[in-house]
Design a protein around this ligand. Structure first.
Ligand code: ATP
Length: 610
């Protein structure tokens, strides 16, 4: 569309035109008659006062920007609004307000004998007032860009909040803050309105310019403009460099396998530690109330999206410890310990690698990192070649390994893994699952894995906690929960596609209708009870020698060239995944349903639970 470039071009032309017009006056200027000492003095005053004001602004503005970015409370929003007000005020009005505060007749003016007006200090204070919002806004945006997960991870690596700020938040926000500081300096250097009201003397450069213009008119202005233009060009050059995205000097991420090499040696022979927790949280629109106790060393927390899994993990890590928490591991009570004091190895969903540190430096980041142990993990996880890479140059699998090595490189009693495979494709997922299983066998820490995939839980946990809407639906050893889910919902969360109903015919057999009785494994059931049941599609075998009569009622194409066959057995309609077989067609067949694969729950008890 030609209108857009035309409109943009016109404005750009207008912005450039005064500079061009100024060029024409260079030859006409009275260079000899210029008041160079006066101009030099005013320039010095402006450079020094702008620098002092910028230092003051940095001292308060950086922490303020951080608070505004991290604390969403209403009081903070009000504070944010207030500190930006000077931007909206005409500078002369700002000057008048400052005179109310600092002028001769004000309490502060009386106390300081007027030292804060018509003085260098007055210039600094006026400049600070009008220029501070530039830094505060830049710092707030820069800190808001820093992923809070990185700060969480740093705390679980033993760093107290002050150290997290200095080592993670500040370095990551540094470019934005530096740009804000340059702009604040420039604004302070060019400040006129508030300054002329608060401190007419000593002359700052803008006040000097105004006075010179009043006395000698436009022809004398070209030499006066020189320092201003020079400072503006210099600062804008640096500010532009800071705000231009840096081109990565890193090597691109290789598509190399993210596989953890299997690690052979078994975990120590130490008995697993007793582990118990009760955690409650009341959030806007969501309540969490979970508790469990076990002596198992590998636990999975399984639930659908938004069920409270990550909140539980964060609470275990101590990232938002609250008064009512209960958390013991072995003989230690961690409930009141802050995150940095807990012995946890926490790997969040996004892995939480610090973008400004190489893989090697991530490893050394933990406050109490045992570098010998960390290096061992580095080697075991096949990371030696990647030591000098930044996270941006690592594949997802490699990032996961670095995050694991970093977490394991310090003493930990709990390994907390939040959806460790969620970013990976299916084959990589299976590889890493196997490798993580090997890793679990090597560590003595209790591992807690958050997942929404039952396959992860079966592979990597002895106990499972099933959560939904912030509540524990069922918890216990994986096999027990699998064979006796408490409800159809639990069975679905464990992967059941279709469920059916029946009646308990004998302690280990169920009547599923049409005179079909199904033998089952697991704890005895009470004859006569109404039950729900299911079986995973891949566990059903269609074979001529099958024990049960069934009927094929539909055949549908499925992924990878396979077929999904819907069978009726008893009153149940169940899917079966089959390799292509020309012989199969709708009609009677025989099937085998292994008793150990059948999940059963008591419908009457499920109703009572509701
Ligand atoms: N700081 C917060 N304030 C208010 N609600 C929150 C906060 N953090 C999380 N929630 C809410 O708590 C609920 C549980 O969140 P959580 O991150 O624990 O879910 P999840 O089970 O881990 O989900 P997913 O599998 O999608 O990661 C969600 O509804 C979420 O919106």
């Amino acid at each position: 569309m030609p209108v857009l470039p035309a409109l943009g071009g016109l404005l750009a032309l207008y912005l450039a035109a005064p500079f061009v017009a100024g060029l024409a006056h260079i030859g006409l200027a009275d260079w000899r008659g210029a008041d160079w000492p006066g101009l030099g003095q005013a320039t010095l005053v402006s450079v020094l006062s702008a620098t002092a004001a910028t230092l003051l602004i940095a001292l308060g503005g950086i922490p303020l920007g951080y608070l505004l970015a991290r604390r969403p409370a209403r009081a903070m929003r009000l504070l944010g609004f207030m500190v930006q007000l000077p931007l909206a005020l005409p500078p002369l009005s700002s000057g008048i307000l400052l005179l109310f505060l600092l002028g001769y007749a004000s309490p502060i003016g009386i106390l300081t004998h007027g030292a804060l007006t018509d003085s260098f200090a007055g210039i600094v204070l006026a400049e600070t007032f009008v220029a501070a919002p530039f830094l505060i806004i830049a710092a707030r945006s820069a800190f808001a860009e820093v992923d809070p997960v990185l700060e969480d991870v740093a705390r679980t690596l033993g760093h107290a909040p002050g150290s997290v700020f200095m080592r993670v938040s500040l370095p990551l926000a540094a470019r934005g803050i530096a740009a804000g500081l340059l702009l604040a300096w420039l604004r302070a250097f060019g400040e006129f309105g508030a300054t002329v009201m608060v401190a007419y003397h000593p002359y700052s450069l803008p006040v000097y310019t105004y006075v010179a213009f009043g006395g000698e008119g436009l022809p004398a202005m070209v030499p006066v403009l020189l320092p201003t233009l020079g400072a503006a060009l210099l600062i804008m050059f640096f500010a532009t460099r800071l705000t231009t995205p840096r081109r990565s000097r890193l090597r691109p991420a290789e598509a190399a396998s993210g596989m953890l090499p299997p690690v052979p040696s078994p975990a120590g022979d130490q008995p697993p530690k007793a582990f118990a927790f009760t955690l409650t949280r009341k959030l806007d629109g969501f309540s969490l109330d979970v508790s469990y106790q076990t002596t198992a060393r590998r636990i999975a927390i399984l639930g659908p999206s938004g069920s409270g899994k990550s909140l539980t993990l964060r609470a275990l890590a101590g990232l938002d410890a609250q008064a009512g928490d209960r958390l013991t591991i072995g003989d230690q009570d961690w409930a009141k310990a802050p995150a940095e004091a807990r012995r946890v190895a926490y790997v969040p969903q996004s892995y939480g690698l610090f973008p400004h540190l190489t893989a090697e430096k991530q490893l050394a980041f933990a406050r109490d990192a045992d570098m010998a142990v960390a290096r061992q993990w580095f080697e075991k996880l096949g990371l030696c070649e990647l030591e000098q890479r930044y996270p941006a140059a690592l594949s997802l699998g490699q990032q996961q390994r670095v995050a694991l090595a970093r977490a394991l490189g310090r003493p930990a009693d709990l390994l907390l893994l939040d959806e460790p495979f969620s970013a990976l494709d299916t084959p990589r997922r299976a590889e890493l699952r196997a490798a993580l299983r090997a890793l679990q066998a090597q560590i003595t820490a209790t591992s807690i894995l958050v997942t929404h995939d039952p396959a992860d839980a079966f592979a990597l946990a002895d106990d499972i906690i099933i959560v939904d809407q912030g509540q524990v639906l069922q918890a216990g050893p994986v096999n027990d929960v699998f064979l006796r889910p408490r409800s159809a919902l639990v069975a679905h969360l464990l992967g059941a596609e279709a469920t059916a109903k029946g009646i308990v015919a004998a302690p280990n057999a169920i009547d599923i209708g049409n005179d079909v009785t199904l033998p089952i494994s697991g704890p005895a059931l009470r004859p006569g009870d109404r039950i729900g049941w299911t079986i995973a599609a891949e566990r059903i075998r269609i074979v001529p020698s099958g024990e049960l009569p069934a009927e094929i009622i539909a055949i549908e194409p499925a992924q990878a060239g396979r077929r999904r066959v819907i069978i009726r057995v008893g009153h149940a309609e169940l899917p079966v995944v089959q390799a292509p077989d020309e012989g199969l067609c709708p009609g009677p067949i025989r099937v085998t349903l292994p008793p150990g694969a059948i999940q059963v729950w008591n419908e009457d008890e499920t109703m009572a639970l509701r």
